[in-house]
Design a binder for this molecule. Structure first.
Ligand SMILES: [Zn+2]
Length: 123
C-alpha cells in the first residue's frame, strides 16, 4: 500500500503542476506550411522573428492574437510561435513541416490549443 501511494504521488504532482500553467485557446484552425515557394514565397525557412524554421517547433500565428515566443501545446506537443503568414489570422495556427507533400495531405483541421504560461513543460 505504501508503495502504491508513492507511485500515485509521483504521478499526481506533475499533472497538477502542468495544469496550472496552461491556458486554453479553445478550438483553433490548424493548417500546415513548408519552405516551398507556394507556402512561404521568398522567405523559405526564415521565420518572421529571424529564426530558422524547425519541424516540431515552429508555428506561424497571428501576432495580434498570440505573441511571438509563446509556447503552445497542440496534440500533446510543444511548439513556439515564431512566424506569421498572410493567411494566418485570429485563432488559426499554421504548423511548419519540412516537405510540401505532407502539408497537403494533412490539410485543415480543428483542435484544442493551449498556451503554456511560465514553468517548463516536459513532453
Ligand atoms: Zn509548401
Amino acid at each position: 500500500m505504501k508503495r502504491l501511494l508513492i507511485i500515485l504521488a509521483l504521478f499526481l504532482v506533475p499533472v497538477q503542476a502542468r495544469a496550472a500553467d496552461l491556458s486554453s485557446m479553445g478550438l483553433c484552425k490548424i493548417t500546415y506550411y513548408c519552405p516551398c515557394e507556394s507556402c512561404s514565397g521568398p522567405y523559405q525557412d526564415k521565420t518572421a522573428t529571424g529564426t530558422r524554421c524547425e519541424e516540431g517547433r515552429t508555428v506561424a500565428v497571428d501576432p495580434d492574437v498570440i505573441a511571438y515566443g509563446t509556447k503552445l501545446l497542440i496534440d500533446g506537443k510543444v511548439y513556439i510561435a515564431e512566424d506569421c503568414g498572410p493567411g494566418v489570422k485570429g485563432d488559426h495556427i499554421d504548423i511548419y513541416l519540412d516537405d510540401h507533400e505532407r502539408t497537403e495531405r494533412l490539410g485543415v483541421r480543428y483542435t484544442n490549443v493551449w498556451i503554456i504560461r511560465g514553468g517548463e513543460w516536459d513532453e
